[in-house]
Design a protein around this ligand. Structure first.
Ligand code: GLU
Length: 474
């Protein structure tokens, strides 16, 4: 058996979509499981919509997820010579031909078909046939190259996800495989033409010796053409696996209008890559009842079986739960670095990592994102504004004397959790109060909120001067 080679082939017309990230994960894990190779290819032939910025985003997203590729990134626009060459070979072999139809002619063709109640399709007018006389090529029209699709028979494949699929060749027409370059294209493109998706993808999957193609099921209708082109080229067929779409809220396709759909948005919202991968893995694949697993475990288990045939529902609450798990077990030094990045992006002066590490350790159990963790940590550096009702409820006259003496004590004790706790116990005894009176008052004044982890531990995180300043007016 040949070596397993998979690929992900995003188009750089935007960020890396979550659906593509999931297919990338499946392709990557499949290659890793079988000791194969994973290729990254940038499908940038949509010249008008592809941008360098999108390429950068895609590469950054793949890197952040840790889905490392063994080859690439290949760029289709750097392979125009190859597509041109294959198209010429196909023309010579009779499996492709030039078509000089103008857009106006194609419109008229479709119009007439519609008027006759027929399905609109290319009618094969430039397709050579034995004994058929083709008109002379019109001057001033740049031809496209069309694939001579087999007119009859079925295209059948055993889909890795969906099982056997068959589509009749009568359903599909002679698709364009190479077009003249659009206005403003590079000299190369102008000379060689630009391939369409279905053609470039086949030439590439062939040249790159791809054995297994995982992709979204919006491509199912393209696959028959691709299989026919593979066959016309005498190229070995890869196996195909089409993953169902991811549904957003309300059962609609997950889209930008219904929440974040890019990998980078989740990174920026404080999700950890291992949580994204774990969540994405389960969204369309299962291994028994396992919900939380490492990437290594996934690689061990992912052999292409147990892929879901029906669409999965994006579940923000479950993703948050998965992320909370990974935050809880994350190394504090790493969390400190992430919190520091978040603080910097909020314009909060960078704090020492050692402090951020201790703060992360203290607050992380309560957080489902790094953004939430940062919301906690931020109170150490940014003045808090206690709510009037919290002040009224928790900082009454009964507790003020104790707060004042505590403030006195805080000026010169050792600044650590145990000593702070001891000072609080002394103040409670001296003023005949109970902890449930003192602790909420300290929380409201120092932290601007009524709930925190153990207050002695929290106070020990703050610089002493900050605590004194926040207790100044009691
Ligand atoms: N560029 C295509 C896309 O982003 C790739 C599809 C495929 O994997 O063949 O949808």
């Amino acid at each position: 058996m040949s070596k397993v080679r998979t690929r992900i082939a995003p188009s750089p017309t935007g960020y890396l979509h979550l659906g593509t990230a999931r297919t990338a994960l499946y392709s990557w894990a499949y290659a890793r499981h079988f000791g194969g190779e994973f290729v990254l290819r940038i499908e940038d032939t949509d010249v008008a919509r592809s941008t360098q910025d999108s390429v950068a985003q895609i590469l950054a997203s793949m890197q952040w997820l840790g889905l490392d590729h063994d080859e690439g990134p290949y760029y289709q626009m750097q392979r125009l010579v190859r597509y041109h060459e294959v198209a010429e070979q196909m023309i010579a072999a009779g499996t492709a031909y030039r078509c000089w139809c103008t857009p106006a002619e194609l419109d008229a063709m479709r119009e007439a078909q519609r008027a006759r109640g027929e399905k609109t399709r290319y009618d094969g007018r430039w397709r050579p046939r034995p004994g058929k006389l083709l008109p002379p090529a019109p001057a001033g029209v740049q031809p496209v190259v069309r694939f001579a699709n087999p007119p009859h028979g079925m295209v059948i494949w055993d889909d890795l996800v969906k099982g056997p699929i068959s589509i009749s060749n009568e359903e599909i027409d002679d698709l364009i495989i190479l077009r003249p370059a659009p206005e403003g294209a590079t000299a190369d493109a102008a000379a060689l033409g630009v391939p369409t998706y279905n053609f470039a993808v086949v030439v590439d999957d062939w040249d790159m010796a791809i054995t297994h193609v995982f992709r979204g099921d919006e491509h199912i209708n393209n696959t028959p053409w691709q299989i026919n082109i593979f066959r016309a080229l005498g190229a070995p067929l890869p196996r195909f696996g089409h993953c169902p779409i991811i549904l957003g809220e309300g059962g609609q396709k997950l889209s930008k209008r219904r929440g974040a759909v890019s990998v980078t948005a989740y990174r920026d919202a404080g999700y950890l890559p291992e949580a994204m991968l774990n969540y994405l893995a389960r969204l369309g694949w299962s291994h028994g009842d396992e919900e939380l697993f490492t990437l290594q475990q996934m690689v061990q288990w992912f052999d292409g079986s147990h892929l879901a045939r029906s669409p999965a529902q994006w579940d923000p609450a479950k993703l948050a739960w998965v992320n909370a798990h990974y935050i809880k077990i994350a190394d504090d030094t790493r969390l400190a670095g992430l919190v520091q990045e978040q603080l910097t992006s909020r314009g909060v002066a960078a704090a020492g990592l050692e402090l951020l590490e201790r703060a992360s350790a203290l607050f992380k159990d309560r957080c489902s994102t790094v953004v939430e963790l940062t919301d906690w940590v931020e109170m150490i550096f940014v003045p808090v504004a206690p709510r009037a009702e919290d002040l009224a409820a928790h900082v009454g006259d009964a507790v003020r004397p104790a707060l004042r003496s505590l403030r006195e004590r805080f000026t010169d004790i050792a600044w650590d959790k145990a000593t702070i706790a001891a000072a609080m116990r002394e103040a409670l005894a001296a003023h005949q109060l109970k902890m449930p009176q003192l602790a909420p008052a300290l929380r409201v004044l120092v932290c601007g909120r009524t709930q925190t982890p153990s207050i002695d531990a929290v106070l020990a995180l703050f610089p002493r001067t900050t605590v004194l300043a926040r207790l100044q007016h009691v």
